[in-house]
Design a binder for this molecule. Sequence first.
Ligand SMILES: NC(=O)c1ccc[n+]([C@@H]2O[C@H](COP(=O)([O-])OP(=O)(O)OC[C@H]3O[C@@H](n4cnc5c(N)ncnc54)[C@H](OP(=O)(O)O)[C@@H]3O)[C@@H](O)[C@H]2O)c1
Length: 360
Amino acid sequence: MKEQYKVGVVGATGMVGQRFVTLLENHPWFKLTVLAASGRSAGKTYEEAVGSRWAMATAMPESVKQMVVQDASQVEEIAAQVDFVFCAVNMKKDEIKALEEAYAKAECPVVSNNSAHRFTADVPMIVPEINADHVEIIDAQRRRLGTKRGFVAVKSNCSLQSYVPALHPLKEEFGISKVLVCTYQAISGAGKTFETMPEIVDNVIPYIGGEEEKSEKEPLKLWGHVEGDQIVCAEKPLITAQCYRVPVTDGHTAAVFVSFDKKPTQEQMLKAWAEFSGPSQQLNLPSAPKQFLHYHSEDNRPQPKLDRMIENGMAVSIGRLREDILFDYKFTCMSHNTLRGAAGGAVLLAELLAVKGYMD
Ligand SMILES: NC(=O)c1ccc[n+]([C@@H]2O[C@H](COP(=O)([O-])OP(=O)(O)OC[C@H]3O[C@@H](n4cnc5c(N)ncnc54)[C@H](OP(=O)(O)O)[C@@H]3O)[C@@H](O)[C@H]2O)c1
């Protein structure tokens, strides 16, 4: 791999884009060289283009304030300036698909937060601790696109980043037959703050468009396998989900109910979580949490406000493990939706792809 990669952010002015900008400020391998967004922002300085939309707890980095935002549709121009791009844009699905493929065809790898390509059979959807081996499908995708370097890789939806990591080591060891999950999702997941979503104050909204389907189906692609030129989704476990929007700034919580093929003891489950590590930890990737899964023994944890920033927002918190009368067990999970669940997860995926040589 190279010592440093030049990186662009497409959708840099949005909520996830701002996260990328803050995460890339001092990244040891990736240097932010291009900021791109819609024609509305193009030609303005980043500071002007974002204006009052800056939603991060830390100030906008000085290094980006005067950078001029480029028009994301100028694909060839942008591709010539970078080694790869991160993409998080708010556009129609077919437009996003076309935009991401255009970058890939311009020999510019795309690491995407968007859902448009998550079920394209030769596009890997990766949580590095769970299915890093899916990177190998990129060769088949490059053959389809007719590219040497260019490809699209995606990360999964933010809601499932809280509970799938907790289920993963249990699935490996004990087999999982069924899962019921209710998610309580933060407003930053909709690109909102309390100022821009006043209707959420003192309220719960029992609908997030498309989220329940994603929460039920995407885990099966993560747990699928590479077969020829496609990723074949796993057939089980059965997952049913309800997703609510709640008045929390950052951090998605999930109430999880699970039944196993071979019911473990609580001690075995706690041990599986404590001992779990994946390729991100083994390869010592710069954004990887040292301990991916943190179990909290207090009855009132995890809480978004207290626990979302553990390990720089890249860990998953678990708590309240107990037996259930309908399922084998129930417990609570929580993860930071714009860090582990979005930009942080994408940076970690890009680090994996760089180590594996796909960015060269
Ligand atoms: N927020 C989360 O936690 C989260 C988590 C996972 C995935 N995602 C996904 O990430 C994507 C972005 O989400 P977000 O919350 O960051 O949205 P957002 O705050 O609304 O930002 C949208 C970004 O897209 C850009 N954009 C809009 N239309 C465009 C166009 N025609 N051409 C180029 N750029 C365009 C905007 O640029 P302008 O400023 O110029 O309009 C802005 O930079 C979505 O696909 C979302 O589903 C979000």
